[in-house]
Design a protein around this ligand. Structure first.
Ligand SMILES: [Zn+2]
Length: 379
């Protein structure tokens, strides 16, 4: 599989490119899902060619929840949508991705989910899906999974299938210009975590290595410069593209212990995904490196990361030290204290070790080593 790189068939990029959105939708009924707080939608709808592409519009907020998804699909299954479009942050893109994947599903939705269901592969045709991200970090526009919250079980699980990779992605940085710094920071740190975990992953390929080596310095540099001046438009564009590439990388290489924890912490507590990743990444780098040194494994990739961060930040130190300092200068919403209490921490470690992301970690961490990642992240 090493020569195969799963990625969206089309990438349209550039400021103002959202104006071409209708052209990329299939002729026929279009379902447009968007984040509730999005001004760009009004203009988009005004100019929409309603005759050739009749439009059904739905505003969503928060993360996709199984119950809401079932309700929506119950209504939308009766319409023959030719395309589904999602304009919004990672959760909205995931929502659209799940809807496009499940509109023609025959079995109950829960059957297709990992962990709580059977993870049944999608054996039906899925509807063409266009993703238009409005944040600069999740990379959801390039991945083959959608994260769904199952409220009554207190978990977030994935609906995952290679068919779910969006058929078309539009990256228009105009949609990101008004993002507040804390959103740029947390989504940007998500992209950086995804690139670094993909780079270190035991499932990394020559293709994903090439993507990560090119994009990690760009993402680090852009986020660092934006931390000094949030209005640097070209840096936002570079970060948006790096975030997209982080999605391409992770869809092909898997992730690691940080995302293992992020899925269970995000399911049990009200914490933003990017903020969880930001807090855990320096600790995960430190512990992984220590354990790999003890097992006398090559640390070459960690040394490459040291160089990349030193160049981007203009400081000396190791990747975990420099990222740790950067993160704790800017992270405003830290993990709640209860996460670190003994019973909660033990349960979170167990959950993280069972997650699909954990399988991508560069080495198989024991329970105590995994716990060490969580404890070290508390500063
Ligand atoms: Zn992530």
């Amino acid at each position: 599989m090493d020569d195969l790189l799963l990625q969206p068939a089309r990438l349209i990029q550039g400021r103002g490119s959202i104006e071409q959105l209708a052209e990329w939708a299939q002729p026929g009924e279009v379902l447009l899902i968007h984040s509730k707080s999005l001004n760009a939608i009004e203009r988009l709808v005004q100019d929409w060619p309603l005759t050739s592409r009749p439009l059904t519009i739905c505003a969503v907020s928060g993360e996709p929840e199984l119950e809401q998804l079932e309700q929506h699909l119950g209504v939308w299954r009766n319409k023959a949508f030719a395309s589904v479009i999602a304009v919004g942050g990672g959760s909205t893109v995931d929502y659209g991705k799940a809807v496009a994947a499940l509109l023609n599903a025959k079995a109950p939705i829960a059957d297709y989910l990992e962990v709580v269901g059977r993870g049944t592969p999608l054996d039906h045709d899925i509807v063409a899906f266009i993703a238009v991200p409005t944040t600069v970090g999740t990379g959801a526009e390039a991945t083959k999974n959608a994260v769904i919250k199952v409220k009554d079980r207190g978990v977030k699980v994935s609906l995952r299938d290679p068919k779910m990779i969006p058929s078309c992605v539009i990256l228009d940085a105009n949609l990101c210009d008004d993002l507040p710094w804390h959103i740029i920071f947390s989504t940007g740190m998500d992209a950086i975590t995804q690139l670094i975990e993909s780079f270190l992953s035991c499932k990394a390929t020559p293709q994903t290595d090439a993507i990560c080596k090119a994009q990690i310095p760009i993402a680090l540099e852009s986020l660092f410069r934006l931390s000094l001046d949030r209005l640097l438009a070209p840096e936002l564009e570079r970060l948006q593209h790096a975030a997209y590439m982080s999605g391409v990388a992770l869809a092909n290489s898997g992730l690691g212990v940080v995302h293992g924890f992020a899925s269970v912490i995000g399911g049990a507590y009200e914490c933003a995904h990017g903020a969880i990743c930001a807090q855990l990444l320096p600790a995960a780098l430190q512990v992984n490196r220590q354990v790999m040194a003890q097992r006398q494994l090559s640390l070459q990739k960690f040394e490459q990361l040291d160089d990349m961060v030193q160049t981007a930040f203009g400081e000396t130190g190791t990747v975990d030290q420099l990222l740790g300092r950067f993160v704790f200068t800017h992270l405003t919403n830290r993990l709640p204290n209860e996460v670190f209490s003994e019973p909660a921490a033990n349960a979170l470690v167990q959950g993280a070790m069972q997650s699909s992301s954990f399988k991508g970690n560069p080495i198989s961490l024991a329970f105590d080593e995994t716990l060490q990642v969580l404890i070290t992240s508390r500063r």
